[in-house]
Design a binder for this molecule. Sequence first.
Ligand code: ADP
Ligand code: ADP
Length: 227
Amino acid sequence: HPKLELINLVKEYEDGAVVAVDKIDLEIQAGETLALLGPSGCGKSTTLNMVVGLEEPTSGDILIDGQSVVRMPAGKRNVGLVFQDYAVFTTMSVRKNLAFGLEVRGTPKSEIKRAVEEVAELLDMREQLDARIRDLGGSELQRVAIGRTLVTKPAILLLDEPLSNLEYAARLSMRRELRRLQSEIGLTIIYVTHDQIEALSLADRIAVMNAGKILQVEDSAVICQKP
Ligand code: ADP
Ligand code: ADP
């Protein structure tokens, strides 16, 4: 089975007056990074929201490891979503932010400590574990946001414009960080962006979306080739 399959997936709003996602089909293999590339309002976030379980499809199916998840609660899907605006707790330490997702699940303290240190190591943030969020720079914030999701060990990671709020230098270092995650833990990633360069530099394949439809899916290596 592919890791994730979207089958004839539809999301309508306002009794069908708005078709945000219009019959999309997509297969993503385990360990693959797919970029969803398209202009604002084309249905990218709605697609991610359905995969993570924040929105219910109007019709169609979502399979993870061959099993339908559309009736499965978000907490059981093993899918992590990182929002564009970070959603970190600014008055807490990095450690506390990373621990949060496990604390609300009632994970034992010793296990939380181990998981937090593992993620800090992975994201190269061991030195900053006790720093306050407000003392961090943009790319460090973004790493904390990703770390907060990774600590729950999702099999599929969804990133909604993760670099769009960062300045140039921070974008480059965040890009390196994401590449490292891809190679070190072989996560399956869907990455939403409206930036073609970003899509090309991070994804194995690129799905081009417009007005709720997927127009084309292509290997990034193919797109990069000169004619
Ligand atoms: P993107 O992430 O590509 O910017 P979205 O998935 O956010 O696009 O939105 C797709 C379309 O669906 C847009 O036209 C948007 O206005 C519409 N939309 C999204 N959420 C809702 C909602 N809750 N109610 C009505 N329309 C919505
Ligand atoms: P993005 O482009 O990242 O999807 P938006 O600003 O389009 O961000 O959407 C932010 C939130 O507003 C989302 O939760 C989306 O569902 C909701 N939304 C978007 N468009 C509409 C709309 N026309 N009516 C109601 N809610 C909407």
